[in-house]
Design a protein around this ligand. Structure first.
Ligand code: C8R
Length: 250
């Protein structure tokens, strides 16, 4: 009987409120019109429920991306690596200038969430899920790789990427930006990559950093490259002053 009680308590703690995650998904989805959110939820779940949470491949989310595809927003696409807060602090105020993956339905709904399934169950769990690097094919990591690849596929015109000048390797080969997005920029669609290195008080890197040489080498021939060191305060100023034209921010 003791074992049964332990098993039930463990089961209850691991089994997070399914309807709570589902309602988070649905309410986030409903902010965007023109989507059948219940249908999207069904398609989303198919990617990971009843599966070993370390055996969810990137392609599992292809049907989800196909059901809520990213629209090309030429000259406005913003990528980032290790600058999430600065970027979103800026883009939430200047939607007229840039869009990130988090401004799309799937990106906004799933940003900050953790989820996984379990073999033999149709539930969604939000705790006890594998961490980002615990195993390669985990549900959250595979989703961000799949979504980032699809988002990079539709990038066009001049694209922008904000990188972090306060870390050792602003262009890190293990990042999603370097490993998934940059390799998919296609010269027939993308004209130029504008890198913005965000400079804070104690910056240790800038546009001259050697890792950025690797970035230029990874770019499809035909894509022009540009880089600017821009202080975090200037980015915030541009966010706070809508009268500054997008092209004059930096
Ligand atoms: N992108 C990747 N990861 C994302 C994400 C996103 O839009 N949104 C969230 N919340 N995440 P990082 P990176 C989560 O290391 O690896 C796209 C994921 O859980 O600072 O270069 C986006 O288009 C993931 O663990 O950056 C952007 O251009 C971290 O945040 C790159 O990929 C990744 O944060 C950023 O990926």
């Amino acid at each position: 009987i003791v074992i049964v009680i332990i098993a039930v308590v463990l089961g209850l703690t691991l089994r997070q409120n399914k309807s709570e995650f589902e309602s988070t998904f649905l309410s986030g989805c409903e902010k965007f019109n023109q989507y059948d959110c219940k249908k999207l939820w069904g398609v989303f779940q198919q990617a990971y429920v009843d599966k070993d949470p370390c055996k969810v491949p990137v392609e599992a989310y292809d049907p989800l991306i196909a059901a809520a595809p990213f629209k090309p927003q030429c000259n406005k696409t913003m990528f980032w690596s290790k600058t999430k807060d600065v970027v979103h602090g800026f883009t939430e105020k200047r939607k007229d200038c840039f869009v990130t993956l988090e401004d799309t339905l799937l990106g906004s709904v799933l940003d900050g969430l953790t989820w996984c399934g379990k073999e033999g169950s149709n539930d969604t769990f939000t705790s006890g899920c594998p961490g980002w690097s615990e195993c390669e094919n985990n549900p959250v990591r595979s989703f961000w790789i799949c979504a980032s690849a699809a988002f990079a596929d539709v990038a066009c015109g001049d694209v922008t990427a904000m990188l972090n000048g306060s870390i050792n390797t602003p262009f890190n080969p293990t990042s999603i930006f370097a490993s998934v997005e940059v390799p998919r920029f296609n010269a027939s669609r993308v004209k130029k990559l504008n890198v913005v290195v965000v400079i804070q008080k104690n910056n240790i890197s800038n546009c001259n950093h050697s890792s950025l040489k690797n970035l230029t080498q990874a770019l499809d021939t035909g894509i022009t490259y540009g880089c600017k060191d821009v202080s975090e305060s200037r980015i915030q100023e541009c966010g706070a002053k809508p009268e500054i034209a997008c092209g004059a921010c930096w």
